[in-house]
Design a protein around this ligand. Structure first.
Ligand code: NDP
Ligand code: PMR
Length: 402
């Protein structure tokens, strides 16, 4: 156990630092009793290549993918029995569907036969292999190239999608990167720190550009889902493991996160990969709420976020030290009991995509011990409307929408 704790405690983590020694304060000053109650409730491009080279590669891959997409995606409308209206097959775009949560969700939706899944992935071959090994039937998915670490690629994806002639019924912003051990920041094609650039800014542009497509859909329940996480929420035990998410006054975001004339971190501080990831998740959850405030009433689109549980085995931890990767799954399974399998997490996200009872907009979903969904509380920062508006306004400048 001592070994486990050593590998799981981040270098900046110290019980003394949190300074709470009262009997009831529990870890990090959060009452353990309270936490247990709520925790069940809460229960690469590291681009060193020149931009022009990346563009050429993307162009080439797009050509390849378009051909494949057209070949693999006959427009499917399910035949309705005479006199009975049957819901047509829905189309859902899932970013980062080549592994982990995205793949498990794609699989869960594809096997119902009710969904055509567009796997929006940066690595076409990896996505194709993943879909095949997950046993997804060819007619229920297609793959389109999307590299969220390049705004040109995001725009190209949106153009390709529009040209495909498919409706857009649900968009799932799922892809993410996490660089917990990086000493120095790496950057997207446009020069944004890579985790916030990919997880937040790439998705921000994608969802803004696809909003019209969603709005045009005649599907009975149109949804935009942005995957969040417990670790961005400082009202939880997990969210109190240092470094904690904190957007501060967003001076780094305002400056473009480029590490040159401004910090690579949203709050303007020194680079910290784990914090950058958690900050990006706060931006994801704030963006979902800002979408809800701006567009739900007029469009009827459901905007939602979620914490699917701790899927401790996914590729998200690929950059972590090997000892962490070995110990994290048993730690989550047996100690925190926050662990969830990829399959189970995929079913949860699939519910947020298609369950008729999860149509409420502006909600951050979580699942309890019995795997029942409930509306969870976000932290003060992750639910602050002023911060949401500021993230929105600064982000739209950075991605060229304002
Ligand atoms: P994975 O690493 O398994 O999946 C991440 C996916 O994102 C991969 O398909 C990856 O592609 C893709 N991706 C990364 N960078 C880009 C990019 N530039 N452009 C396009 N796609 C990209 O991790 P998870 O499945 O765990 O993560 C999925 C989501 O779940 C994330 O939003 C994460 O924050 C969230 N989450 C995860 C938790 C967990 O415990 N694992 C807990 C809470 C939330 P490739 O295969 O090519 O690398
Ligand atoms: Mg956590 C109920 C307690 C709980 C839960 C649900 C998580 C989820 N974590 C919990 C507790 C703890 N973690 C405790 C007490 C520690 C200190 C020993 C701890 C440590 C820890 C580390 C070092 N945890 C981590 C890391 C990571 O590198 C992961 C991370 O922050 O990624 C950003 C992580 C996570 N813990 C979680 C979840 C879901 C993650 C990762 C994924 C994410 O938020 O997307």
């Amino acid at each position: 156990m001592a070994l486990q704790a050593a590998a799981l405690v981040p270098s900046s983590f110290s019980f003394a630092k949190e300074g709470k020694s009262g009997k009831d304060s529990g870890l990090f000053g959060v009452s353990l009793a309270d936490q247990l109650k709520s925790d069940f409730s809460y229960s690469s491009l590291k681009s060193k290549k020149p931009f022009s080279l990346i563009q050429r590669e993307i162009g080439f891959r797009n050509g390849e993918i378009r051909a494949e997409t057209i070949a693999a995606t006959p427009s499917v409308t399910r035949a309705a029995p005479a006199g009975k209206k049957t819901l047509r097959q829905g189309t859902v775009v899932i970013t980062g569907a080549s592994s982990g949560l995205g793949l498990a969700t794609a699989k869960a939706l594809a096997e119902t036969g009710k969904w055509h899944v567009i796997m929006a992935c940066r690595d076409f071959l990896k996505a194709e292999r993943a879909a095949k090994s997950a046993g997804m039937a060819k007619e229920n998915y297609s793959i389109m190239h999307l590299d969220l670490a390049s705004l040109d690629s995001v725009r190209q994806f949106v153009d390709n999608f529009k040209r495909s002639g498919r409706p857009l019924d649900v968009l799932v912003c799922n892809a993410a990167v996490y660089f917990p051990t990086a000493k120095e920041p790496t950057y997207t094609a446009e020069g944004f720190e890579l985790s916030v650039g990919t997880n937040h800014l790439g998705h921000f542009l994608l969802s803004r550009l696809l909003l019209d497509e969603l709005n045009k859909s005649d599907y009975p329940s149109k949804r935009l889902i942005i995957v969040g996480s417990i670790t961005g929420n400082t009202n939880t035990l997990a969210g109190n493991v240092p470094p904690k998410a904190n957007l501060g006054d967003m001076r780094g975001l305002a400056g473009g996160l480029n590490g040159l004339n401004t910090s690579s971190m949203i709050d303007g501080g020194d680079f910290d990969g784990a914090k950058a990831y958690k900050d990006s998740k706060v931006c994801n959850m704030l963006t979902m709420q800002e979408f809800h405030r701006r567009y739900h009433e007029d469009t009827g689109i459901t905007f939602a976020s979620l914490y699917p549980g701790c899927i401790a085995t996914t590729g998200l931890f690929r950059e972590h030290i090997p000892l962490f990767r070995t110990l994290f799954p048993p730690f989550q399974k047996y100690i925190t009991k926050g662990y969830v399998s990829e399959d189970e997490a995929g079913k949860r996200l699939a519910q947020v995509v298609s369950d008729p009872s999860l149509t409420k907009s502006g909600v951050y979903w979580s699942w309890n011990k019995d795997s029942a969904s409930f509306e969870n509380q976000l932290s003060e920062e992750a639910s602050n409307p002023g911060k949401a508006r500021k993230v929105w306004e600064l982000s739209e400048k950075l991605v060229g929408l304002a």
